[in-house]
Design a protein around this ligand. Structure first.
Ligand SMILES: C[S@@+](CC[C@H](N)C(=O)[O-])C[C@H]1O[C@@H](n2cnc3c(N)ncnc32)[C@H](O)[C@@H]1O
Length: 363
């Protein structure tokens, strides 16, 4: 597979056909983001036969992108992984019609290269990461991701993780909480919010999202266009799920396993995450390991942003793996750097490694 075609004038992939989204039941309410771009980038050039081989969907979710890829590219097989077993069950039902073309596993990106090696999978020709949280997770109050509906203060995508959002809120000291909200959520009122949380938890520990959202709203006052707890909740979710480390591990896993000429597509929803992807690809391209296919990130069209408002902040970057005489290590014994990247959140467990776009603002 030598890669997709990009329209250099618009920096968008050339899409030959309009993509049909496979029919969705009520259960499948997560609409895949930038579907045409994803299929086009992973689907080979317009002038080629459809590609044949394995594709890794490292953030399978409800299987929206994978269903589309399997439907549109009949010679493709998918190895789909997600760290959330509940969502994986939805994907299993959705991808059932594709039978032996889809292999699904519960797996975090930090474990992915090792898992693929253990299963002795072939080197994939495509690798998709659509990072962050699914609408299905956000909309389920009992998962604790939402400030809009009350639920337990949990936020773990993988229930096997030890630490919940309540653990962080009730145990971290005030300075670390403020740093977390500032660096991982871009929350400029982080100190005020951290002080209010520490004051409130002296009386009674936090257990519910609703109480936390109220304390934050009272600390910073008012309601503009977005709820005052939005950035604090985002920062907490990123910490609970170690999203910074997981993204880095996913990029390294892609570099480890992709076949020569294989294509990586990453969709992120946070300017800090997009910066990590951009820097990773730029640095590794200098070393000759990647050819970057998207000079600037692709964004949803205005029409997609209108019909799927959750796509609005999406940024898509893609690159082609270049191997100059090296072999993919999927079937080898040595541990990859991605395997070893299982440390705690950031460099010091407070998110100081991940400076946000708002760094430098007065807080
Ligand atoms: C935005 S959704 C993906 C939606 C999917 N592309 C679709 O079209 O249905 C992100 C998914 O990635 C999963 N996820 C996030 N971080 C992960 C990680 N580090 N390892 C494995 N899965 C992860 C989440 O549980 C969630 O289901």
């Amino acid at each position: 597979m030598s890669g997709p075609s990009i329209d250099r004038s618009s920096n968008r992939p050339l899409v030959g056909r309009w993509i049909q989204i496979p029919s969705m039941s009520q259960e499948h309410v997560h609409i895949p983001v930038m579907p045409e771009e994803v299929v086009s980038l992973l689907g080979g050039r317009d002038d080629e036969e459809t590609p044949s081989g394995l594709l890794v969907d490292a953030t399978l979710g409800a299987g929206g992108h994978s269903a589309l890829l399997l439907e549109r590219l009949p010679r493709l097989r998918v190895f789909g992984t997600d760290q959330d077993p509940e969502i994986l069950d939805i994907a299993r039902r959705r991808l059932g019609p594709f039978q032996d073309r889809a292999t699904l596993e519960h797996c975090r990106m930090t474990e992915l290269a090792r898992r693929m090696r253990k299963l002795r999978l072939e080197a994939p020709i495509g690798f998709l990461m659509d990072v962050g949280v699914s609408s299905l997770q956000l909309d389920q109050a009992d998962r604790g991701f939402s400030f809009m509906s009350d639920g337990p203060l949990d936020m773990r995508m993988d229930p096997e993780r030890d630490r919940t959002a309540a653990d962080i809120i009730n145990r971290w000291d005030e300075g670390d909480l403020a740093d977390l909200f500032y660096f991982e959520g871009g929350e400029s009122r982080s100190r005020r919010i951290a002080a209010a949380i520490v004051e409130a938890r002296r009386r009674i520990p936090f257990k519910r999202t609703g109480v936390l959202a109220d304390v934050i709203a009272r600390a910073v006052g008012g309601r503009g266009k977005t709820h005052p707890a939005t950035k604090t909740f985002q920062a907490l979710r990123r910490a609970v799920n170690e999203e910074g480390d997981e993204l880095q591990a996913g990029l390294e896993a892609a570099e480890t396993v992709l076949a020569d000429g294989g294509v990586l597509v990453v969709i992120s929803f946070h300017s800090g995450e997009d910066g990590v992807v951009k820097r990773f690809l730029a640095d590794r391209a200098k070393a000759g390991a990647w050819e970057v296919l998207t000079r600037r990130p692709l964004k949803p069209t205005p029409q997609e942003a209108r019909t799927n408002p959750r796509s609005r902040s999406a940024c898509l970057r893609a690159a082609r793996r270049v191997r100059t005489g090296e072999q993919p290590v999927t079937n080898q014994d040595s541990a990859s750097s991605a395997d070893q990247n299982t440390g705690a959140f950031g460099s010091d467990a407070t998110g100081r490694h991940g400076k946000s776009r708002l760094e430098g603002e007065n807080r």
